[in-house]
Design a binder for this molecule. Structure first.
Ligand SMILES: Cc1cc2nc3c(=O)[nH]c(=O)nc-3n(C[C@H](O)[C@H](O)[C@H](O)COP(=O)(O)OP(=O)(O)OC[C@H]3O[C@@H](n4cnc5c(N)ncnc54)[C@H](O)[C@@H]3O)c2cc1C
Length: 479
């Protein structure tokens, strides 16, 4: 396999290599159906993930397979497309090839890069083991495991302080993901598992939402933010704004100098761009995104397009477009159209974002929607959120399964995916043992840094994303 080079177009047609099968890459591949090119989509995972519903996996409402679909099966009927399960480790823009894990190279005529972004810890990567972020199926099942195991451990814990820490859950960052996580965690504790334990009362669990900025859901108008905050409080979430997280330990999160004993911390604060952007031979911005030209190509490389969360393109107002699914999908279609235009000798069109509005849910019967001056809150927005997400899921099976799960949950308050997967021996502290000594980094690994960081602390490694601090948009509706 060493040094293997795939030559362009088995059929002599141009080869379009797409890196990433997320919203951007997949939509680009689909838009090239019927175009006289050979498409190779490379992804290091075999599935397209519907990230907007990841928090439902993390809070045991849905199973991973409900929101993930094999990329190969999505493109099964597209004759000009093939799928490679491989990690891209480098790009030779001058030589027009991408390097794959295992030493192989893949040549291209056109390259569309859509490798997205991931969470960032404001310069404190050592916080990650104690405060996982939500980006992949593995992240979601790990958070679900920690969340459910905390109640199991509390059931066996006799010391009231330790039990209290076990039943305290802190969510850092009150963008849409943080709000969704906190609202869902509160509903699980207050309703879904409220009668399942004999020695602890799950309804006494503390869910704390820590936001460095002055309000939750900062991308929405202040009146919607205030309503969302009130709805969170009604659900039993303690919302703390202006709360800058300065340190995370295995058993506690610090806000300023205040130590909050909490065995579970979820990170929903910052995001950073995929490292592939820096490998393209073009400048990247301070957060790793690639500033693209209006036709979405990379300066100096008209055959290379960058789309989705990895791209930086100013919107009408001069600010970068938000890292949301609608932007990625629309960019995917535009990049594909510009490949075709180039092949036909036609003029490339600039990308224009059509904003369908922002939607975020707080929990049962509570959501917010905003598009310009049009705003909705409560039941109507929630119904809209439900149907937008059902219809945006890929595949009839997923839509049907999620619809049934949600209907069942709505009627019974139950959660259908309360599985603790993997061994729990290391996760359950034996009664009397010092907190956090098993299955977690030892306290010596906890940072002692006190640099100011929080969900809206300006930092070098942030990128405007759905939950990034300087994000100016939240959730694109109509997904
Ligand atoms: C928890 C969460 C909730 C969200 N909720 C919403 C929402 O409600 N509404 C909304 O509009 N947006 C939401 N977003 C944002 C939205 O999901 C992103 O904007 C969108 O996924 C960006 O699409 P993309 O194609 O740029 O990247 P992604 O969808 O992230 O896809 C990147 C793909 O590239 C692959 N990849 C990465 N690196 C490599 C490599 N080196 N080699 C090979 N493959 C690679 C990955 O495996 C992945 O499949 C949410 C995001 C998260 C994390």
């Amino acid at each position: 396999m060493e040094g293997w080079i795939v030559t362009n177009g088995r059929s002599g047609r141009p080869r379009v290599v797409i890196v990433g099968g997320g919203f951007g890459g997949l939509w680009a591949a689909r838009a090239l159906a019927g175009v006289p090119v050979d498409v190779t989509l490379v992804d290091r995972r075999n599935h397209h993930l519907f990230q907007p519903l990841l928090y439902q996996v993390a809070t045991a409402a849905l199973s991973p397979a409900d929101i993930a679909t094999p990329i190969r099966s999505i493109l099964r009927a597209q004759r000009n497309a093939e799928v490679l399960l491989a990690e891209v480790t480098g790009v030779d823009a001058a030589g027009r090839s991408v390097h794959l894990s295992g030493g192989r190279d893949l040549a291209y005529d056109y390259l569309i890069v859509a490798t997205g972004a991931t969470h960032a810890y404001f310069g404190h990567p050592e916080w990650e083991p104690m405060a996982p972020g939500l980006k992949t199926v593995e992240d979601a099942t790990e958070i679900r495991k920690r969340f459910l195991v905390a109640f199991e451990a509390a059931e066996q814990e006799e010391d009231p302080d330790r039990r209290r820490a076990l039943l305290t859950f802190a969510v850092v960052g009150a963008g849409p993901t943080g709000v969704e996580m906190a609202g869902a965690m509160a509903e699980v504790a207050r309703h879904a598992i409220s009668r399942d334990f004999r020695h602890v009362d799950p309804t006494t669990a503390r869910i704390i939402l820590l936001e460095g900025g002055p309000r939750v859901l900062a991308a929405y108008d202040a009146d919607l933010s205030a309503k969302a905050q009130a709805a969170l409080r009604d659900k039993g979430v303690e919302v703390r704004t202006g709360a800058i997280v300065t340190r995370i330990e295995p058993d506690a999160v610090f806000v300023g100098d205040e130590r909050i004993p909490a065995r579970n911390v979820v990170w929903a604060a910052g995001v950073t761009a995929s490292p592939i952007g820096a490998m393209l031979g073009a400048p990247v911005d301070r957060v790793g995104r690639v500033p693209v030209l209006p036709d979405l190509s990379v300066p100096g490389h008209p055959e290379v397009f960058v789309i989705g969360d990895l791209a930086s393109l100013a919107s009408g107002g001069g600010r970068p477009l938000p890292g949301v699914a609608q932007v990625a999908m629309q960019m995917g279609r535009r990049a594909a159209a510009n490949v075709l235009a180039t092949m036909e000798g036609a003029k490339r069109e600039p990308f224009h974002y059509f904003d369908k509005g922002n939607l975020a849910t707080i929990g049962r019967r509570a959501a917010v929607f905003q598009r310009g001056g049009a705003k909705l809150f409560g039941w109507t927005a929630w119904m809209m959120w439900l149907f937008v997400h059902i219809f945006s899921l890929i595949g009839f099976r997923n839509r049907a399964t999620v619809f049934v799960q949600w209907a069942w949950s709505y009627l019974t308050w139950q959660r259908g995916a309360r599985l603790i997967t993997g061994e729990v021996g290391d996760e359950l502290d034996p009664p009397g043992a010092p907190l956090g000594t098993r299955g977690r980094p030892s306290p010596s690994h906890a940072t002692t840094a006190t640099a100011s960081a929080g969900s809206d602390a300006p930092a070098e490694d942030e990128v405007p994303g759905r939950d990034g601090a300087d994000r100016h948009d939240a959730k694109a509706g109509g997904r």
